[in-house]
Design a protein around this ligand. Structure first.
Ligand code: ATP
Length: 196
């Protein structure tokens, strides 16, 4: 099965574009959403996260996101420890999911691919880019967040120019209609490539 990764900086619109491409009948795996679901569902993850963060990691059986976010924000090492617990579980869940798909290719959306040197897990990579000012505005209106938090996330992600160099396809999502047209073109190219 051909695995196409779709990535991009915060607020670039990678989820919006990935969901749009899934309407062409392409199976879509959103790594972040699956990770969140597994953090609530998997007993092993739950036990390990409680060991790492304490009982407060869960509230009414649900992951206590604000508490975890606060902890991680003040102690960066907690993020890598949490990732070491969650990422392998997501990877095996993705493998099982992949086996069930029947399509010319599948899309896997992940915020971080290049930053963790994970590009070899993909056959092709699409990077969604957008002007930083637009990205900031989108995040501000979508999330209850502040400039400081967005700055910290952007600082942790690679700049677009670096990602573009390593990508097979790039979609510019300053204007949604134009981005959708680019997505259709890429989808057609991928169909051609995968039918060979
Ligand atoms: P994150 O990294 O935070 O998950 P993302 O790259 O997946 O973000 P989306 O969630 O798709 O981005 O988009 C962020 C917000 O911007 C959403 O509210 C979405 O509806 C909006 N958005 C996406 N693309 C556009 C666009 N071209 N014009 C205006 N708003 C957009």
């Amino acid at each position: 099965m051909v695995i196409v990764g779709i990535t991009g900086g915060i607020g670039s619109g990678k989820t919006t574009i990935a969901k749009y491409m899934s309407t062409f009948g392409i199976p879509l795996y959103i790594a972040d959403e699956e990770a969140k679901a597994l953090m609530n569902r998997s007993k092993v993850i739950k036990r390990k996260l409680i060991q790492l963060f304490g009982e407060e990691a869960y509230k009414n059986e649900e992951l206590n996101r604000p508490y975890l976010a606060k902890k991680i924000f003040t102690d960066k090492s907690l993020l890598s420890q949490m990732n070491a617990i969650v990422h392998p579980k997501v990877a095996s869940h993705f493998k099982r999911w992949l086996k069930k798909q029947n399509a010319p290719y599948v899309l896997k959306e992940a915020a971080i691919i290049f930053e963790n040197n994970l590009q070899d897990n993909y056959d092709y990579i699409i990077t969604v880019i957008a002007d930083e000012e637009l990205r900031r505005k989108r995040i501000m209106s979508r999330d209850n967040t502040n400039k400081e938090k967005i700055d910290a996330i952007i600082k942790n992600q690679w700049v677009d120019a670096k990602k573009i160099q390593l990508s097979d396809f790039v979609i510019t999502n300053n204007d949604l209609e134009k981005a959708k047209e680019e997505a259709i073109k890429i989808h057609k190219q991928l169909l051609k490539i995968t039918s060979k």
